[in-house]
Design a protein around this ligand. Structure first.
Ligand code: HAM
Length: 407
């Protein structure tokens, strides 16, 4: 995916904001490889999920080992902690990442095959107050970006203790509709009935609407966890809706799952999705450390910011453009812009060899606030005219103290 220079200031703004908010919650950055052994995602994300079955970019290297471009970040972070022996660090361990991900999905507004996520993971905290904290972090980032029309949806999908009973209820329900289900769902009914709830086919999702709900089949532990989470969210002033249809498209989730849905951005409206995954670490060969996190799609955040009328930061413009005429003036211009840049001022001068007229046109195009034309005459008297390009007053300045005028 190309992100062109006029768009990058907005990307940088989102990335900076997310990093800053995450830092206030004590999160540190982690970076992991763009591709990993396919096995990691098959085991971590789940080999009956659409992501693994239909959407992965998988290839063999020269030694016929199977690798996959990461479709998401959680499995990689868990692997990295196990592999680097970080599971006995002080808990909770709080990490964030800014990554590109790859899924072979049908592209549309808000959905692309390469996409970017800001994601967070917290390990070693099982209490519902940690769920509330992670959700608060996501809500704070969304708020800091100025996204207004957004609703938090929460659900609980239980744990390995309550899942078998729920699974039975699902199989019983969907078995009455076997003939109507798509081929994949008929298969899913045998392998992983929970995935039928996540099918994108309109017929299957229509049937799934009336399927038994996870929250009606929670064990006492999961029920109490969910009740406490709701109380904590209320105490923190975070509005939410219970949405029993959220199951999430990845297999590792347990208990809390949540999504932030933005209005006015079309069908791909989930700007953030996440949940708890207490079994993933041990499933991937590590200790039984609970985990919870989320990821936000950057392109969807951009769509939501635009829909909320957020003023988009523009590319910065130079404070001053020095237009030299002749080689002696070019030397002055280069040394002066260096001084200005050393002071932290954005300054430009001609480095193309343009005519004066073309230089002035260029200075205007890049939005320079001031221009300074310097030729042999100006060098001789040591003074030149600082022209205010925004229509303000021009002033005579001493060439040797130009940098003092800018902060
Ligand atoms: P996910 O729901 O698959 O979760 O993706 C998270 C977010 O990434 C989505 O809500 C959406 O904003 C964005 N996204 C997903 N697919 C695309 C796409 N094709 N094009 C554009 N944006 C997309 C995860 O990936 C989990 N790893 C999140 C998580 C972290 N759960 C726990 N920790």
């Amino acid at each position: 995916m190309d992100i062109l220079p006029e768009e990058t200031p907005l990307w940088q703004y989102i990335e900076r904001t997310a990093r800053e908010v995450a830092a206030k919650y004590g999160y540190d950055e982690i970076r992991t490889p763009t591709f990993e052994p396919t096995e990691l995602f098959a085991r971590g994300v789940g080999d009956t999920t659409d992501v693994v079955q239909k959407e992965m970019y998988t290839f063999e290297d020269r030694e016929h080992r199977s690798f996959t471009l990461r479709p998401e970040g959680t499995a990689s972070v868990v692997r990295a902690l196990i592999e680097n022996g970080r599971c006995s660090d002080a808990m909770p361990l709080k990490l964030y990442y800014l990554i590109s991900c790859f899924r072979y999905e049908k592209p549309q507004a808000g959905r692309s095959r390469e996409f970017f996520q800001f994601g967070t993971e917290m390990f070693g905290a099982a209490a519902p107050s940690s769920d509330a904290t992670v959700i608060a972090l996501a809500a704070d980032i969304i708020k800091a970006l100025g996204i207004k029309d957004v609703v938090l949806h929460i659900n609980s999908i239980g744990c390995p203790d309550c899942r078998p009973k729920y699974r039975e209820a699902l199989v019983e329900y969907f078995s009455q509709h076997t003939d109507e289900l798509c081929d994949s769902c008929r298969e899913r009914l045998k392998t992983n009935p929970l995935r039928v709830l996540d099918c994108k086919s309109p017929i299957c999702s229509g049937i799934a609407k009336d399927a038994p709900k996870t929250i009606e089949h929670l064990c006492d532990g999961c029920h109490d966890h969910f009740e406490s989470l709701k109380e904590y969210l209320t105490a923190m002033g975070i509005d939410y809706e219970i949405d029993t249809h959220i199951v999430r498209g990845l297999d590792y989730y347990t208990r809390t799952v949540f999504e932030f849905i933005a209005g006015g951005i079309g069908a791909q409206s989930t700007v953030c999705g996440g949940g708890r995954y207490d079994g993933l670490m041990s499933q991937l060969g590590g200790p039984a450390l609970p985990g919870i996190g989320f990821a936000m799609g950057i392109t969807r955040l951009i769509l939501a910011m635009k829909a909320s009328g957020v003023e988009i930061p523009e590319k910065s413009a130079p404070a001053v453009y020095i237009a030299p005429m002749g080689p002696a003036a070019a030397k002055y211009a280069l040394s002066e812009v260096s001084k200005l840049r050393d002071k932290g001022v954005y300054a430009e001068c001609d480095i193309v060899g343009r005519s004066l007229k073309a230089q002035m046109k260029y200075a205007d195009k890049i939005g320079a606030k001031y221009t300074l034309v310097v030729g042999d005459n100006e060098l001789e008297v040591g003074r030149a005219t600082l022209k205010d390009m925004t229509g303000g007053e021009n002033k005579e300045v001493a060439l040797d103290s130009l940098s003092d005028l800018f902060e």
